[in-house]
Design a protein around this ligand. Structure first.
Ligand code: 5GP
Length: 114
């Protein structure tokens, strides 16, 4: 079964795609937690951070350079932003297709709340 994000990448279901190349796709989160909330995902379905292989190092690095460029394009680079990867249950992962959250556009508060 393709993941929800694979369907967005393949444009089988709607997604507000802001960037796409042969390795990654970036689209706006459907429930944004900040003025800017973009998900950067590999086009190939890696389920979680646990499943990243050594051979994926360049791909994962590319996800971060795309995040950097999108932060600049969205005008949030100078004030700052947060990049988040949730993994499995304790990490609060909802969609099992690796993704980096790029969130910013306002002060984000403490990293974790207790
Ligand atoms: P996670 O909790 O797995 O790190 O984050 C999954 C994110 O995917 C959530 O922020 C959620 O709002 C977002 N999301 C879930 N379903 C959809 C969808 O159909 N489209 C988009 N664009 N984002 C989604």
């Amino acid at each position: 079964m393709p993941t929800l994000f694979e369907k967005i990448i393949a444009r089988q279901i709607p997604g507000d795609i802001v960037y796409q190349d042969d390795r990654v796709t970036a689209f706006r989160d459907i429930h944004p937690r900040a003025p800017v909330h973009i998900l950067i995902v590999p086009n190939k379905p890696i389920p979680t951070a646990n499943d990243i292989e050594d051979s994926d190092e360049a791909l994962v690095g590319h996800m971060f350079t795309v995040a950097r460029d999108l932060a600049k394009r969205e005008g949030i680079a100078e004030n700052g932003y947060r990049l988040i990867i949730n993994c499995n249950t304790h990490g609060g992962q909802e969609v099992y297709h690796l993704h980096v959250h790029l969130v910013g556009g306002a002060p984000l508060g403490p990293m974790l709340s207790r």
